[in-house]
Design a protein around this ligand. Structure first.
Ligand code: NAD
Length: 281
């Protein structure tokens, strides 16, 4: 029977550690502050923003909410970011994605001061991750590394296959595994013989965005399977990119959905907020 990697429990540990660190900063007179900007009223985004605010309140991070109208222009949004960049009492700036179609996401991400880029999406943050310099790391892949380490799963020397090459998950995930001395393969929608490639993995990270696509034929006996995907099924239940019940019988460990990678993403966002103080001092 495969081990279930409990992201809720591990994220809980991390949050307790961060709560203590935030309290230490508060004693020194520093209140860590995150500005969260949402443009429009996308329902899923509102849930994510709500969860981020709740996590801030739990850890002792002040959160400033900017809920802007769907019609907000790119210039108005950039002007707000510019103002927040200049504010000494704001340590982190997060713009909830996706943005409405009339706004250029990459322009907005690039406008955030890299020292306040707690999502780790700024090109400078990505470059720093690539070359091993100090900077913020994208929260979901950073959370997966913590999940593996805190579950006692060795990465060094292992065959790691990442399925998906997005800027926010697949690519930074591959870089982080490389920094941990994994032997990394990145597979994607144009990969030939995907099942064969995936079956090389000792650690298989799945971020394809396709509900329950990964079945046991993609998984080597005894592999560790990390499921990044999150989807709502017709019966309103959540599922991942991995067919959990099917893969469970061949893998040695697996993350569930919900309760796997998801809670780690928020914990690492909180970690980046707390770490921002050190980057900025
Ligand atoms: P994306 O759509 O940007 O990227 C998907 C990647 O999968 C692409 O690089 C594509 O090449 C690859 N792909 C698509 N179809 C494929 C196929 N048939 N075979 C092989 N590769 C294929 O998605 P993303 O932003 O990286 O997110 C991936 C999933 O993770 C989504 O379900 C998303 O909702 C979820 N997600 C969860 C969290 C979390 O905190 N749990 C965070 C971010 C994303």
């Amino acid at each position: 029977m495969a081990k279930i990697i409990d992201g809720k429990a591990v994220s809980g540990q991390i949050k307790e550690e961060l709560k203590a660190k935030a309290a230490e900063w508060k004693e020194k007179g520093i209140e860590i502050t995150l500005a969260v900007i949402q443009v429009g009223k996308d329902a899923a985004s509102s849930v994510y923003v709500g969860n981020k605010k709740k996590a801030c309140a739990y850890i002792g991070i002040r959160s400033l909410a900017y809920e802007l109208e769907e019609e907000t222009t790119q210039e108005e949004l950039l002007a707000l970011i510019d103002e927040l960049n200049g504010r000494k009492d704001v340590n982190g700036i997060l713009v909830q994605l996706p943005l409405p179609a009339h706004i250029d996401e990459s322009k907005v991400i690039s406008a955030i001061d890299p020292q306040k880029d707690v999502d780790g999406f700024h090109p400078q943050s990505v470059g720093a991750l690539c070359t091993g310099q100090a900077g913020f790391v994208s929260c979901t892949p950073a959370g997966i590394i913590q999940l593996l380490k805190r579950s006692g799963i060795e990465i060094a020397g292992k065959e790691c296959v990442v399925i998906g090459r997005s800027n926010i998950v697949g690519k930074p995930m591959a870089l982080l595994l490389l920094w941990e001395n994994g032997t990394v393969t990145v597979a994607h929608s144009k990969t030939e013989n995907l099942k064969e490639v995936a079956r090389r993995a000792d650690i298989l990270i799945v971020a394809v965005g396709k509900p329950q696509m990964i079945t046991r034929e993609y998984v080597k006996e005894g592999a560790v399977v990390i499921d990044v995907g999150i989807h709502r099924k017709e019966d309103n239940k959540l599922c991942g990119d991995v067919d959990y019940d099917d893969v469970m019988s061949v893998c040695s460990a697996i993350t569930p959905v919900p309760g796997g990678v998801g809670p780690m993403t928020i914990a690492m966002l909180m970690n980046n907020c707390v770490e921002s103080i050190r980057l900025q001092s």
